[in-house]
Design a protein around this ligand. Structure first.
Ligand SMILES: [Zn+2]
Length: 474
């Protein structure tokens, strides 16, 4: 009882018991940068927690890793799936104007010729002649020397195509060359006619997919922020030519609402991308940036791709990718608004934004991930108060079994004392813990403990499913 009141008090009196969140870490970092002290440990803490608790591991770790690759562990994949599931519900299933697909990663090379990626998807690259390090010419200051060895002896900048190339079939000649897709978008364009023929949608309508994309980044880094293999959630929204501005604004609004749902809206800002920085296909782009500990960087993008892609595919494929307007009895090539969302970057923003360290009582600090409940990898953990009492165990198993039937990802935890279990569940972001104790045997109620407030309340075991469903729908 004492410790419970104490915890609540700790939250109420922030003067005495500190709470460190992304904002606090950022302030500390700003101060330290001024005095040239090492920067904030937030990323290090998060990377370490993510590994320790089974969210994210370095790719091919036992062989020393592979640059720009990360593996999602048992809890990471749950978090990632929940993000994708919520996105799909919001932008595909719940809408009448959206068609979901799942296209191949390997596509005919002519796709990339038509899309302009073979020619335009390049970064300028320089090599250090001394240490052979390779850098993006636009990301380093050539005049101040090599970031690795300090030498000031670089090759001329030259274009480097970021697409991964491989060969389809047993013959490795140039005719068998294929590319791993650098964006999922082209899958939507090449299936435009298929969707029209199958569903006869009226404009405006969208095609969406979630899937892997690959970019041979010269300098991957910042954990899962810039990786060579990543996942995208993309929409190609087809509209009538003319009047694209209102559709652009509408989608910007939808993207804002999504960041609100994720709980990260406070950390995001919008940036108009200048003509020279825009991708080759875009007439207008707004980047939605997030305040990461390593700087303000792109989280999502919204682009007006005009009819660039469909027109080029019509020209290169010779197939008539047009929309037949029933009213005017005329054919037209739709224009496209493209909202694009990085899955891994969403993960990173949500993890950073949810992470906090709180002193819950004198000298006791908890690390906690305050995920929005619907994203949490584990929704409810069920504890038997003690694991050596038959009747308590049996009752806890019954509660666990019944909850599992109606709530996704309910876990069992009986290792260590209750305090340790709370700390462990806090660290993985479990919103609620249910404890079956002696009182349960008498009156059928259990203790439900809330992750954020650390408050506990007694609830009848039979009402738990309804209680959590209500919480999860909020
Ligand atoms: Zn060097």
């Amino acid at each position: 009882m004492f410790s419970r009141c104490f915890s609540v008090l700790a939250i109420a009196c922030q003067k005495e018991y500190y709470i460190r969140t992304l904002g606090v870490f950022m302030e500390e970092k700003a101060k330290k940068q001024k005095t040239n002290e090492p920067v904030s440990p937030l990323m290090e803490r998060l990377v370490s927690l993510a590994k320790r608790r089974g969210f994210i591991y370095a790719g091919s770790e036992i062989y020393g890793g592979l640059g720009g690759t990360w593996d999602y562990g048992p809890l990471g994949v749950e978090l990632k799936n929940n993000i994708k599931k919520e996105w799909w519900k919001r932008f595909v299933s719940y809408r009448r104007d959206m068609y979901g697909i799942d296209s191949s990663i390997l596509m005919n090379s002519k796709v990339w010729e038509a899309s302009g990626h073979l020619k335009n998807f390049v970064d300028p690259m320089v090599d250090c002649k001394k240490c052979k390090g390779r850098f993006r010419a636009d990301k380093i200051d050539v005049s101040s020397g090599c970031p690795t060895c300090g030498a000031k002896d670089f090759t001329e900048a030259r274009p480097f195509n970021m697409m991964f190339k491989t060969h389809a079939g047993p013959v490795e000649d140039s005719g068998a060359e294929v590319y791993l897709r650098p964006e999922t978008a082209q899958g939507m364009f090449v299936n435009f006619k298929n969707v029209i023929d199958s569903f006869h949608p009226k404009l405006p309508f969208g095609i969406a997919q979630i899937g892997k994309a690959f970019r041979n980044e010269i300098t991957p880094g910042n954990f899962i922020f810039r990786t060579r293999e990543f996942e995208q959630m993309e929409i190609e929204y087809f509209i009538k030519p003319g009047g694209w501005e209102s559709q652009f604004d509408y989608w910007l609004g939808e993207m804002r609402k999504w960041t609100e749902f994720l709980g990260i809206a406070k950390g995001v800002s919008e940036r108009e991308v200048s003509a020279e920085d825009r991708a080759h296909y875009s007439k207008r782009t707004i980047d939605i940036d997030f305040e990461f500990p390593f700087g303000k960087e792109e989280l999502y993008g919204l682009a007006y791709r005009t009819d660039f892609d469909l027109k080029n595919h019509i020209e290169k494929s010779g197939i008539d990718l047009v929309y037949y307007n029933e009213e005017t009895k005329k054919k037209l090539v739709p224009h496209v608004i493209e909202p694009t969302f990085g899955v891994d970057r969403t993960m990173l923003a949500v993890l950073l934004n949810s992470f906090a360290e709180e002193e819950v009582k004198e000298g006791e600090i908890r690390a906690v991930l305050k995920f929005p409940a619907r994203l949490a990898p584990v929704k409810v953990a069920v504890f038997p108060l003690v694991s050596n009492k038959e009747n308590i165990l049996a009752k806890a198993e019954e509660v666990h079994g019944r909850l599992k039937e109606s709530i996704d990802s309910v876990r069992w935890d009986d290792i260590g004392n209750i305090g340790k279990r709370y700390r462990r569940q806090d660290e993985i972001g479990t919103p609620w813990c249910v404890t079956v104790d002696y009182q349960t045997l008498e009156d059928g109620t259990v203790t439900v403990r809330d992750r954020d407030t650390m408050k506990q309340e007694r609830i009848a075991a039979g009402e738990l499913a309804g209680y959590f469903h209500k919480k999860l729908s909020q």
